[in-house]
Design a protein around this ligand. Structure first.
Ligand SMILES: [Zn+2]
Length: 139
C-alpha cells in the first residue's frame, strides 16, 4: 500500500466512514482486514461500541442483536428484598451493612438465570466486584 492510498484511507476513515465503506469508495483491492490492520498500526482504531454503532447505522448488524448475549432474568424487587432481609442486610463475606456500602444480591453459581433463593446471597459491592473479576480471569 503506498502512502497516497493510505492517506486517502485515513481521511475517509477519520470522516466517520467504516473500513467497509472506505474499501468500497476507493475501490481498493485490499481486504477489509488489511485496511483495519494498517489503520491500527497508525493507532487509528475505534472502540468496540463505536464500531458497533456504525455497523448498525449501515445495516450490517441488526438492531435486535445486542452486544451482550446474556439474557438476564430480571430479579424482582421483592425477591431482592427477601434475600437482603434473610441475610440481615449484611455482606456475607465481610459483614458490611447497607449503611457502609452498597449491597448487591450475588448469584453464587455465576448463572444469572438461576434466581433460586439458595443460589442468591447478599454481598457488598466490593466483595461482589472482586468475585466478578476473579471469575473473569479464570474463565
Ligand atoms: Zn463485603
Amino acid at each position: 500500500m503506498n502512502i497516497a492510498t493510505f492517506n486517502e484511507i485515513k481521511k475517509l476513515y477519520l470522516s466517520g466512514l467504516s473500513t467497509f465503506q472506505v474499501k468500497d469508495k476507493l475501490k481498493l483491492s485490499f481486504s477489509v482486514r488489511e485496511i483495519q490492520r494498517v489503520l491500527a498500526r497508525e493507532g487509528l482504531t475505534r472502540s468496540r461500541k463505536l464500531a458497533y454503532e456504525l455497523a448498525v447505522k449501515e445495516g450490517r448488524v441488526g438492531r435486535v442483536k445486542k452486544l451482550s448475549t446474556i439474557k438476564r432474568i430480571r430479579m424482582s424487587a421483592m425477591l431482592r428484598y427477601s434475600i437482603l432481609k434473610r441475610d440481615n442486610f449484611r455482606c456475607l463475606l465481610c459483614g458490611a451493612t447497607a449503611k457502609e456500602r452498597l449491597l448487591e444480591v450475588d448469584h453464587i453459581d455465576f448463572n444469572v438465570r438461576n434466581n433460586a433463593p439458595e443460589n442468591l446471597r447478599t454481598l457488598c459491592e466490593w466483595c461482589n466486584f472482586g468475585r466478578r473479576r476473579d471469575n473473569d480471569s479464570t474463565s
